[in-house]
Design a protein around this ligand. Structure first.
Ligand code: ADE
Length: 232
């Protein structure tokens, strides 16, 4: 089975590539896709570049050009829920786009006609994540992740996103990957390790913790790959 692993930034996929052997490079649509074998799985790994458009392009390319049948996202996020601290892992149960706004036409935030405010992650992959967490003794939290084309470094904006969508964490790609996978009927899983609290220190914290939190997320992705491989 072909499994896709995406990040948004090089730092998010480097700890994944570092653990693979016989990696091959493919260039498609201005991006590089890395393929390798992991157990019985064919992996496709790429960083999309930041934001909803690039991440949607990468997710769609993984499905269309590489035949990806499960898509895992590994990366970092800003915490909204005060119980989430730097380095904590959160798996999205559902995702939304906090910057999608046609409320002028009477629609709720995050909604456009023929779309939905929340897209749910694959229950089966969430189950497998739980199994991976139990096996490794790693604490994995679950929650709502809000996505938007904004780096949030503002308490007020963060609070609004939390209150409007019931979101626990925010980032810039997961909601777009969710829309693509939902439309293409590909089970997906969005994992994030907290790098900052989306507050006035967020820029500083993000730079300080991007590498260590990316590594935590990547390590968990390998635990999940082992569970997926064994279920084959
Ligand atoms: N990813 C990690 N931290 C973030 C933040 N504060 N805003 C948006 N995306 C993020």
């Amino acid at each position: 089975m072909v499994v896709g692993i995406m990040g948004a930034m090089p730092e998010e996929i480097e700890p994944i590539l570092a653990r693979l052997q016989g990696v091959q490079k493919h260039e498609i649509a201005d991006n590089i896709y890395y393929t390798a074998l992991y157990g019985s799985l064919d992996l496709v790994v790429a960083y999309s570049k930041i934001g909803k458009v690039f991440s949607a392009l990468t997710a769609a390319t993984m499905v269309e050009k590489f035949g990806v049948r499960k898509l895992l996202f590994s990366g970092v996020a800003g915490a909204i829920n005060p119980e989430l601290h730097i380095g904590d892992l959160i798996a999205a149960t559902k995702l939304c786009q906090h910057d999608l706004d046609i409320t002028a036409f009477g629609h709720p935030y995050g909604y456009v006609p023929e779309g939905k405010v929340f897209v749910e992650a694959s229950p089966r992959l969430l189950e497998m994540a739980h199994e991976a967490a139990v096996k490794t003794g790693v604490k994995l939290r679950h929650g709502v992740i809000a996505t938007g084309d904004q780096f949030v470094a503002d308490e007020k904006r963060k609070r609004w996103i939390g209150e409007t969508f019931g979101a626990d964490a925010l980032e810039m790609e997961g909601g777009a990957v969710a829309v693509v996978c939902d439309a293409m009927k590909v089970p997906f899983f969005i994992l994030r390790a907290i790098s900052d609290a989306a507050d006035m220190d967020a820029g500083f914290d993000f730079d300080a913790f991007l590498e260590s939190s990316s590594k935590k997320s990547a390590d968990f992705i390998f635990a999940m790959l082992d569970v997926i491989d064994q279920a084959q």
